[in-house]
Design a protein. Sequence first.
Length: 278
Amino acid sequence: MPTIAYLGPAGTFSEEAAIRYAADRGDVAYLPMASIPAVVTAIETGAATVGLLPIENLLEGSVSFTLDLLIHETALQIAGETVIPIRQYLVTRPGVAVSDVKVLYAHPQSLGQCRKFVERCLPGVATIASLSNSAAPAEAMADLRPAAAISTWRAAEITGAQVVAREIADNVGNVTRFIVLARRGAPPTGDDKTSFCFGFTTADRAGTLVGALLGLAEAGINMTKLESRPSKTLLGQYIFLVDINGHREEAHVAQALERLRERTGMLKVFGSYPRWHP
């Protein structure tokens, strides 16, 4: 039976992404891990078949920890992706109303995403930082005071908390993209994307970046994402991360990547995988 590792514990958005990814894949086992590096190690050692990691959020942007791990620490391949909505709920112990709440437990990121609701509906309520969206409702349930938590729906189910307010985020359209890591890449499907990074080993000069990327345009390849991360070796030196349409096994993509390698000196392909569609 395939095993899917994810950033735990149960009740997190990462678990929701794992469940959604596995929806049409038959029987699977789930393996919650304590950290993003632990998810990677589980796959590398065979404890898990694949693993899901958050890589990009609509509001917060890229998850730098995941990007740096792909660049510097693992040879695992991206074999898929999935996108989930980030829905936030206010939950309490059964019998506690919103007007009763004196303490609010929340992960700092979730608290920031629900700022307007908290300011308007819970003014003056003390806030306590939680380690995860699943820990917050458990802590609220254990608090003897009238307490609430910002929670996922799944975490509310697990802890037995009651949902007293729905869709409380400032931006109800928020989503997070997760990548699926595996020891092997995915075969071509005809509707794929390829993710990679590159860096320069020569001295910086005008037109270097444009010249390196020109081959993609010449090959008719659409670049859908470009960003940079510090190289972690020299101040002011950067690694560029790119998403393109197409699979690395397609001839025109393979040729363009090889030209890019020749122009840059360092190229690492993270994987080619089916594009996600709503």
